[in-house]
Ligand binder design. Structure first.
Ligand SMILES: Nc1ncnc2c1ncn2[C@@H]1O[C@H](COP(=O)(O)OP(=O)(O)OP(=O)(O)O)[C@@H](O)[C@H]1O
Length: 374
């Protein structure tokens, strides 16, 4: 029979439940993902034999396909709506990106998923659990890196890894040590004497040391140099290759573009847009000198192109943003007799700017602002 619970603490998203005698009784945490050169070393490490069992569905969802489902999720602080009617689905086995400017609601969404915040309205299912009902069991199945990971300052890196690997039922010190080595972290240093980047690496080694079906990472590459950033993204991809699901927020568009299978854009608490990377890679921008004659978009292409104009160095540039197969567009572009034609992938930057600025563009417009439509 368990002792009465005395206190709960939360370090690095790992919930520690302390019994009356003050000894640590149980803890839960959240992880990340991996790749290549280190891959063989990490693959040698013992995986947590079996993952914790999934409960019966507490919210009606397609649990086999989606590991996270929210419906109309809303979080209000007084009159302020930090998250508004947010409905998202994260497919099992994908890397799912969360994008949005500061204050958009990314961390709020993540904390609601983990049961650290209570929703004002809406439904949540995470791997079949409702965090409001069974947050503790849910956190056995989710490895979470908070944006502001707190670690015991008096401990050395190695002790921190040992401590947390023993706390989580699916933790592995061996795996955490391998990740720390991959990230070139000196684990002999006390946390108090670590740089910000070192502490981030340590937090990542803790989180990646836990084998759970879902990893939720809040800005995992913040404060890291480019080489380590790449290693962290590799870890995420490795986790996906193992069949796990990774959800991460970032302000670095190239990271999302390189790593994610799908991305959602939050803006002022609203889910403003979502797209798959496959879709993104089908989008291109054709630029050319602004033509002397007005453009006429053929009816058949009306839904496939969006036009805008950019003012640059006193001159005007025509931008034709396209979606889908370029082949049917090229003969039309050729017929326009444009000068200095260039074709390049549209990229996440353009989509992000468009969502961020909330712009819409009429495909038939032949003049106007330089904003890109999505
Ligand atoms: N406890 C709180 N009380 C009132 N407002 C809050 C509280 N927590 C968060 N907010 C507000 O909710 C909004 C969303 O915050 P959130 O931390 O989710 O944003 P974010 O997208 O993660 O931002 P960032 O990219 O800067 O980390 C912000 O305007 C924030 O000020």
């Amino acid at each position: 029979m368990g002792r009465p619970v005395q206190a709960k603490k939360c370090l690095l998203g790992i919930e520690l439940t302390l019994p009356n005698n003050g000894t640590t009784r149980r803890a839960y945490e959240k992880p990340a993902k991996t790749t290549s050169a280190r891959e063989s070393r990490l693959n040698r490490l013992p995986e947590s034999e079996t993952l914790p069992p999934r409960p019966t569905e507490s919210v009606s969802t397609d649990a086999s396909a989606s590991i996270v489902v929210t419906t109309g999720l809303t979080k209000r602080y007084g009159d302020f709506e930090a998250l508004s009617k947010c409905s998202v689905q994260v497919t099992r086995g994908e890397i799912f990106g969360l994008l949005g400017p500061n204050g958009a609601g990314k961390t709020t969404l993540i904390r609601l998923l983990l049961g650290y915040l209570q929703p004002t309205e809406g439904e949540i299912s995470v791997d079949g659990f409702d965090p409001r009902v069974d947050g503790v069991s849910l956190r056995e199945r989710v490895a979470y890196l908070p944006g502001d990971a707190r670690l015991p300052r008096h401990m050395r890196g190695r002790s921190v890894l040992k401590f947390f690997s023993e706390m989580h039922p699916h933790g592995s010190l061996e795996r955490s040590l391998a990740v720390a080595e991959t990230l070139e972290l000196n684990i002999a240093t006390r946390v108090a004497f670590m740089s910000t980047g070192m502490r981030q690496k340590l937090a990542l080694a803790v989180v990646f040391g836990v084998h759970t079906p879902l990893l939720i990472l809040d800005e995992p590459t913040a404060n890291l140099d480019p080489t380590v950033r790449a290693a962290v993204l590799d870890l995420a991809m490795e986790a996906r290759d193992q069949g796990r699901t990774v959800m991460f927020s970032s302000h670095v568009l190239s990271e999302i573009e390189e790593t994610c299978d799908r991305v959602v854009f939050l803006r002022k608490g609203h889910l403003a847009h979502q797209l798959t990377m496959d879709d993104l890679f089908q989008r291109h921008r054709i630029t050319a000198d602004w033509p002397a004659n007005p453009l006429q978009v053929p009816e058949a292409l009306a839904g496939l192109v969006k036009l805008s104009v950019r003012e640059r160095r006193g001159g005007k540039t025509l931008c034709i943003d396209t979606q889908g197969d370029l082949a049917p567009l090229l003969s039309w572009v050729d017929s326009l007799s444009l000068n200095h034609v260039r074709i390049e992938p549209l990229g996440l930057r353009a989509v992000y700017d468009s969502v961020h600025l909330g712009t819409k563009f009429d495909a038939t417009t032949t003049s106007g602002t330089s904003e890109v439509a999505i």
